[in-house]
Each structure stands twice: as C-alpha cells, then as structure tokens.
Design a protein around this ligand. Structure first.
Ligand code: C5P
Ligand code: MG
Length: 159
C-alpha cells in the first residue's frame, strides 16, 4: 500500500427535549436529544464526512441533501455504509477511524463499546479499527450549556 489518505469530519446539531440522542447508531438515554432532518447522529455524520474527505468525494450534504424527503429521519448508519462503499469503489481500504464526541452530559463512556461495535458493523471493519472518545466542554459555550453537541472524526485510508 503506497498511498495513505486522511480525511477530517466535523458536525454539530442542536440539543432539544423530546428527541432521541443517537450516537453511532446507538440510542443513549438522555433528557435532551439531537435535532435534525435525519436522526441527527453527529458521530455518524462526522465519520461520513471524514471518509468522503479522505477520498476527495465531496461531503455528506452533496450525497444526502437535507432537502430530500428520502432522508427525513433517516438512520445515519446508512450514510456511513454508503460512504464506506464509495471510498472502497475508489480502491481504498479503510484503515482506521478515530472520533471524538463533545457532549456536556450524559456521560457516554459506558456506551463506548456498543458504539464502536455499531460503527464497525456499518463500516464493515473490525472493532479495533474504530476508536471513539468523549469530552465535555467544561460547561463553557453552546456545547457546555447543552444547546448543542459536536463530533470530530479522522478517517485513514490506504490503497
Ligand atoms: O471533558 P473531560 O475532560 O472532563 O472528560 C473526561 C472524561 O470523561 C473523558 O475522557 C471521557 O472518558 C468522559 N466523558 C464521558 N462522557 C461525556 C464527556 C466525557 O464519558 N459526555
Ligand atoms: Mg449532522
């Protein structure tokens, strides 16, 4: 393998009452959830953009426009699986995913393993190839004040 590519992804969604908190396809019990046209799974969205970025295939909005009724309340693991298939069609192997969710609360560390397994399953990777980390925003700014949550991701591809 001679060509190594890295892609960067980032996403933010608002937190709201009466919405589920879905991260990497896993529903986490929480008073507030993520608002959006799809299921608003920031982690899956950030990883989708990281994959597309590494292969220079545009971004999530280009492939799954949020104006398209087809994607209303969509399961974002579909986006992830589709992005993984697209990069593989370009001849890339997905070597590693690393991601961070920035959410003030609830604590997510007990969900790390199920989230990694869910992402690995959607991406057709080994769990060991998928890293997920969590951070608060130390109570500061819109994330710290529970108005929103963010995710960042890196995807490493090789061919
Ligand atoms: O943001 P902070 O540095 O205080 O986070 C410390 C640790 O708490 C993180 O490394 C992570 O293991 C955990 N954490 C978590 N769920 C969050 C935020 C942080 O499990 N929503
Ligand atoms: Mg999003």
């Amino acid at each position: 393998m001679t060509e190594i590519r890295t892609g960067l992804g980032w996403d933010v969604h608002r937190l709201a009452a009466g919405r589920p908190l879905i991260l990497g396809g896993v529903t986490v019990p929480s008073e507030l959830g993520l608002e959006g046209h799809s299921d608003a799974d920031i982690l899956s969205h950030a990883i989708t953009d990281a994959l597309l970025g590494a292969a220079a295939l545009g971004d999530i909005g280009m492939h799954f426009p949020d104006t398209d009724p087809q994607w209303k309340d969509a399961d974002s693991l579909q986006f992830l699986a589709h992005a993984a298939a697209l990069v593989r069609e370009c001849g890339f192997a997905i070597m590693h995913i690393d991601a961070t969710v920035v959410l003030q609360q609830p604590k997510l560390k007990d969900f790390r393993q199920p989230i990694r397994e869910s992402l690995a399953n959607a991406l057709r990777l080994e769990v060991a190839q998928v890293s997920v980390k969590f951070k608060t925003a130390e109570g500061v700014g819109p994330v710290g004040q529970m108005q929103s949550a963010e995710a960042q991701a890196l995807a490493t591809l090789g061919r």
